[in-house]
Design a protein around this ligand. Structure first.
Ligand code: SAH
Ligand code: MG
Length: 211
């Protein structure tokens, strides 16, 4: 089995919130980008257990790029106890909080992506304030509440280089399909005139910075 096929098959087995068709699109689009821009700096906001990091990491490895996978690893609102996406196996027995970092590490180690995918553990905006490196690929899949999603947009999107790829997950044009904030930031990127839409798959959108 090729490295590509092995990683894409493995990604499917990882716990997380990335449907297969969208994961494959993440891989294909970022891989095509990497073909044009080798040795890039890529970053995802919202790591969880590393599922999207394997799809993106597989593409990053192929272009000798690196992927920073950022998360505070305590989950979003909907992952907390009593909510829809709560997973009791991810609770840290010491403090009772959710902790996805050990699972994320296991995922990246099993995928043999430790030289390509690096954990950035901390709150998104605080990390962004000290992250000076321009980004060739940015994937936004962190908190989906209004304030968090807009904070991610304002903190990270300005770091995307001209020609760079911006990927946004959970974009639902129809309010009946899901929450608004990811759709709103997607619209803001387009309406601001600095990005053009390149592709879509499910709730995933790809944009390129043109100015
Ligand atoms: N991309 C993942 C899913 C991410 S779920 C996958 O493929 O499965 C969203 C993640 O964003 C959660 O793990 C949560 O801990 C993280 N998150 C939410 N708000 C955050 C913030 N302000 N800073 C850092 N991480 C955050
Ligand atoms: Mg998502």
């Amino acid at each position: 089995m090729s490295r590509r096929d092995e990683l894409l098959a493995y990604a499917e087995s990882v716990k997380g919130f990335m449907p297969r068709d969208e994961g494959l699109a993440l891989y294909e689009w970022s891989h095509a980008h990497g073909d044009r821009a080798h040795r890039g700096t890529w970053l995802e906001v919202g790591a969880w257990c590393g599922k999207s990091a394997v799809y993106l990491g597989a593409a990053a490895e192929a272009s000798s790029s690196v992927l920073y996978s950022l998360d505070h690893h305590h989950g979003s609102e909907e992952n907390q106890v009593g909510w829809e996406h709560f997973d009791p196996t991810l609770v840290d027995p010491v403090d009772g909080r959710l902790n996805t970092l050990p699972t994320w590490q296991r995922t990246i180690a099993d995928a043999q992506l430790e030289a390509t995918v690096f954990a950035l553990v901390g709150p998104s905006t605080q990390v962004a304030a000290h992250f000076a490196q321009p980004l060739d690929v940015l994937f936004i899949d962190g908190g989906h509440g209004h304030d968090v999603a807009w904070a991610d947009y304002e903190a990270w999107v300005p770091k995307v280089v001209v020609g760079g790829l911006l990927l946004i997950h959970d974009v639902f044009p129809n309010p009946e399909d899901g929450g608004r904030p990811p759709y709103e930031i997607f619209r803001a990127a387009l309406d601001g005139g600095d990005f053009i839409e390149r592709a879509e798959q499910g709730s995933l959108r790809a944009l390129t910075r043109v100015a």
